[in-house]
Design a protein around this ligand. Structure first.
Ligand SMILES: [Zn+2]
Length: 273
């Protein structure tokens, strides 16, 4: 059996990708979804050496916040620590990026933002300068070195490259004109505003918004129902929103590469056994 998957892009920008996938099936969609979430590497702070911290936050909390600050990711230049030739606990320039923070409040209380982190590689920086890290009162200081590494979401959520990675079945809605009494109760109850009333008749206006909740079918007072909601067995709407480190289409491309590699390894092992 061969897959002939067809993809149609609904929406694509820096952070979000929404596609229709046709002629695929649940195992394939779910494999890609799970790999995108848990196996595609991204960059995150993994270790912090605190040199000075007189803020009210404990060292661990500051380190945790740095870990959850999304960083731009470069999969070409950097290796996963476990795959790096150095095999060193501390890492080398191919598997580690050092960021430093030296912040102080000379007068009044102020917020320290992610933009104050100085990276040894100007390509590996927080995705925004405006992420609040901590607050300093007058006279307080924080000075630290943070080490960012590539990692996988299955080991810690800070390495998840996506904030949303989900798919749903492609909906199929039919208003059965011979049974529908045009009470418009289905249109009123729909939380996704899928329907529009035109000439006192219910029409489907925004099919892709449907999440198959079936509220419209339940609300229909006629028996048998005047509306039919189903889904296509082999068509899906997939939505990937990046955390900002990698473009969403790149995350999906990496997921397919990883799936291919895993299948190849499986095949090799089968031959050996
Ligand atoms: Zn290394």
């Amino acid at each position: 059996m061969s897959y002939k998957v067809k993809i149609e892009v609904l929406e694509k920008n820096e952070s979000n990708l929404r596609i229709i996938v046709k002629d695929a099936d649940v195992p394939l969609m779910n494999a890609l979804r799970r790999i995108a979430l848990a196996e595609v590497p991204s960059m995150a702070v993994d270790e912090v050496v605190m040199i000075e911290n007189s803020s009210i936050l404990q060292d661990e909390i500051v380190a945790h916040r740095l870990g959850l600050t999304p960083l731009k990711t470069d999969l070409e230049t950097y290796n996963l620590p476990e795959d790096c030739d150095c095999q060193s606990e501390f890492g080398c320039p191919q598997c580690r990026v050092t960021l430093t923070l030296d912040a102080e409040s000379k007068e009044g209380t102020r917020t320290v933002y992610s933009g104050e982190l100085i990276s040894e590689n100007p390509e590996i920086v927080p995705i925004s300068d405006k992420i609040p890290l901590l607050k300093l009162a007058k006279g307080q200081k924080v000075k630290l070195e943070a080490y960012a590494r590539l990692g996988k979401g299955k080991n810690h959520a800070k390495w998840q490259p996506t904030v949303v990675c989900a798919y749903k079945y492609f909906p199929k809605i039919e208003v059965l004109s011979e049974k529908c009494e045009n009470c418009t109760k289905c249109a009123d109850i729909c939380p996704k505003k899928v329907f529009i009333i035109k000439d006192e008749k219910v029409n489907v206006q925004n099919l892709l918004a449907c999440n198959l909740c079936m509220d419209c079918v339940d609300a229909c007072p006629t028996e048998p129902k005047g509306i039919k909601v189903e889904w296509e067995k082999n068509a899906f709407i997939m939505n990937i929103e990046s955390a900002g480190g990698l473009p969403p289409e790149r995350i999906l491309q990496e997921a397919t590469k990883i799936l291919e590699k895993q299948l190849k390894e499986f095949e090799e092992q089968l031959k050996v056994e």
